[in-house]
Write a protein that binds this ligand. Sequence first.
Ligand code: C2E
Ligand code: MG
Ligand code: MG
Ligand code: MG
Length: 277
Amino acid sequence: NGKTEGRNCIRFFSPEMDEAFKQRLELESVIRDASANERFVLYYQPVFEIRDGRLVGFEALLRLPRPDGSMMPPATFIPMIEEMRLIDKVGIWALREACRAAMTWPRSLTVAVNLSSSQFEMKSISHMVETVLTETGLEPHRLELEITESLLLRNNDHTTEELGKLKEMGVAIVMDDFGTGYSSLSYLWQFPFDKIKIDRSFMQGYEDSAGDVETVVRAIIALGRELHKRVTVEGVETAKQVDFLYDANADQVQGFFFGRPAPATDVASIIQEHLAV
Ligand code: C2E
Ligand code: MG
Ligand code: MG
Ligand code: MG
């Protein structure tokens, strides 16, 4: 009966909640320590031009090393970094680190850095970016900033102004995870994107959608083309997907099929492999 179940529930859940709470505290202290001592790590995933297979650059992806040396993916800790109000600090670190890395690459290659929407709450993110570019010497046109719809959902004058300033500086603005949100289509004309990145869920659904995903992706690519935006597709995992995207006239591709996110120490050899004549 209900009463017994209720008691069982309490007995059953209490230790678990304690455990969850303990884990959360542990993660918080790992995060605090990592941001105080710059112990985060960036992985880099290559991006390719689909028509000629040329390596165009890398996307920088944040990782948090666990005590055992394995890497924690951002989905588990970025929300917490935001809650802990450390995102500005970590965000600046990531941008600086990515720009520094790109300075060691051939000048034809770009670097893409993800920005969290809460980073736009700082006084002037464009000023922060400008400072990092000056400090590292990276040419603005080599930097791409990836933002998601959550930023545009709280559409305000400040955001628009900051995006405008970034564009004026020559930095490219990318709409990440395109197609997953609420009303991404209107953002295509409300904000001055240079590129859209079709979310990886489209490629995940591609094989077993009986052609529906194909139709939608073709339409997004055509739309991007009409609006003079470059279109990247992320999460590309199979040769079949590549063939389709080639046929559908996508501009750029990124995914496990071409290369997983790799530590900075692997980047030189990836570059060599792809830029060698
Ligand atoms: P995102 O920017 O959309 O990054 C692409 C994600 O897809 C990465 O996950 C990447 O590892 C994964 N991915 C790439 N190719 C494939 C593939 O072929 N198959 C599959 N299944 N996945 C693939 P990751 O590294 O776990 O990053 C997750 C998200 O965390 C990113 O999504 C981005 O929104 C956020 N993030 C990463 N680094 C940063 C950062 O420095 N700052 C901020 N604010 N957010 C970041
Ligand atoms: Mg991204
Ligand atoms: Mg994405
Ligand atoms: Mg994402």
